[in-house]
Design a protein around this ligand. Structure first.
Ligand code: FAD
Ligand code: UQ1
Length: 413
């Protein structure tokens, strides 16, 4: 049986960056990474792909180029976890042993929980920035749009990047204005949530933007069915669960329901009742197995699921797991829930939300980041991708905490 000092399940944002940290610390071959995909995608770019500003190819690199060279890539998928035996079973039937395990399997897209999907993606007007298969359809639908309803949805489950479902709506609004069709369009944000955004400071700013741009927001609307033949989308009204409301669409952008990966959900020892990996919200250590840690979208950390959050989590996980490995007491570092969401509001503007577990803004720059800015857009479009590939994935970007402290002359948390 293969055996590793540190085994990382998943080679996405969280898995790759944490594996890189441990690969630099330990002798060659001590770190194993189980990852089934050939390609690593920089997912935050898909918002820009949906708006025609970048291509899917721009967001991709071969997995072999990004995983740390000192680690061993096990190109297989995790079938199940056996935490009591310190082993992971692979789809090939093989088992892999570990001393320490990091679970970083991301979140699962569940398009098929909506009746009519995924088939409706093969028909005109329906796209989704959440998948490489459907993101080009978003821009195609925008280019084809002539008149009618453009509807943007938000599901009734946790999602990754909770801002992404509305970012593409603001981009579409600007595109339609530039191409002279906005006055023939009704734009709807039909969201399962009871709010436009979870943090009041940014929600207030976004409500102003939707009002100015004459976008209709329908809260407590959950997409349950797409009928491509009649170009209709059916929503369950969550405050009147027996009722549905049907909308005609010319363009429909779908954010799918999401859930924990099967391998995590089926390993009852590993997951919380929600099905996500059960970790301590401050240390990222598993609540029952001291040699297991979790990071990113597959965990039950009560913060917004983003790569920005993972940058901050990675360092906390590294410090804490190193302490456990060296049999020292817990490190003093505690994760404060930092997450960030660059809410792109068009082709040159962005509201840069940054906040902690309590919904307190934790802004890097000494300006009011709830105001739309070009600087934040430039950072999102031109700086973040390089930072992600060159620093973050190599374990060398722990988020903007130090920059924030420096720019606030030490006065920020
Ligand atoms: P992932 O990066 O998804 O990695 C999970 C990995 O596990 C994958 O490589 C997968 O192949 C692998 N895997 C899954 N199951 C198995 C298995 N059983 N066996 C082996 N391997 C498996 N974040 C930001 O910070 N800023 C943004 O602006 C932003 N915008 C976004 C816009 C969009 C449209 C999307 C989709 C996401 C956006 N995000 C953004 C969110 C960010 O991309 C994710 O939160 C982040 O990538 C999650 O990292 P992760 O490691 O938890 O999961
Ligand atoms: C960030 O650290 C990060 O991770 C690499 C992102 O993902 C792509 C982000 O979108 C953002 C906004 C941050 C936070 C960084 C700064 C400088 C605010």
């Amino acid at each position: 049986m293969k055996s590793f000092k540190v085994l990382v399940a998943g080679g996405g944002s969280g898995g790759c960056s944490v594996a890189a940290k441990f690969a630099s610390l330990l002798p060659k071959g001590s770190v194993g990474i189980i990852e089934s995909a050939e390609t690593h995608y920089y997912q935050p770019m898909w918002t820009l792909v949906g708006g025609g500003m970048k291509s899917v190819k721009d967001s991709a690199k071969p997995m072999s180029e990004v995983l740390p060279k000192k680690a061993v890539w096990i190109k297989d998928s995790v079938a199940s976890f056996k935490p009591k035996e310190n082993t992971v079973s692979l789809s090939s039937g093989e088992n892999v042993q570990y001393e320490y395990l990091v679970v970083a399997l991301g979140i699962k897209l569940e398009y098929n929980r909506i009746k009519g999907l995924p088939e409706a993606f093969e028909t005109p007007g329906v796209g989704s920035n959440y998948s490489t298969e459907y993101v080009d359809k978003t821009f195609q639908s925008l280019k084809d749009f002539k008149e009618g309803n453009a509807i943007f949805t938000f599901p009734n489950t946790p999602v990754k990047c909770a801002g992404a479902p509305q970012k593409i709506m603001y981009i579409a609004d600007e595109y339609m204005r530039k191409h002279g069709v906005r006055d023939k369009a009704n734009i709807y944000f039909n969201t399962s949530l009871g709010a436009l955004f979870g943090v009041k400071k940014y929600a207030d700013a976004l409500w102003k933007i939707v009002e100015e741009r004459k976008i209709s927001v329908n809260l407590m609307h959950e997409l349950v069915e797409v009928k491509p033949d009649t170009r209709e989308a059916v929503f369950r009204l969550l405050n009147k669960p027996e009722e549905t409301k049907t909308y005609k669409y010319s363009m429909l952008h779908i954010t799918p329901p999401m859930g924990p990966p099967d391998a995590v959900k089926n390993s009852t020892d590993l997951c919380a009742e929600s099905g996500y990996v059960d970790v301590d919200k401050y240390t990222l250590q598993h609540t029952r197995f001291s040699n297991i840690f979790g990071i990113g979208d597959c965990t039950n950390l009560p913060t917004s699921k983003t790569a920005a959050a993972i940058a901050a989590q990675g360092n906390i996980l590294y410090q804490n797991m190193k302490c456990v490995m060296e049999k020292k007491s817990d490190s003093k570092e505690k994760y404060d829930g930092y997450t960030s969401c660059p809410l792109v509001t068009g082709y040159s503007k962005c509201v840069l939300a940054e906040f902690d577990y309590d919904g307190n803004p934790l802004e890097t720059f000494p300006i009011n980041q709830a105001r739309e800015s070009r600087l934040a857009f430039h950072m999102k479009k031109d700086i973040m991708p390089t930072l992600y590939w060159q620093l973050f994935l190599r374990g060398m970007w722990n988020g903007p905490r130090l920059t924030r402290k420096l720019l606030h002359l030490g006065m920020s948390k």
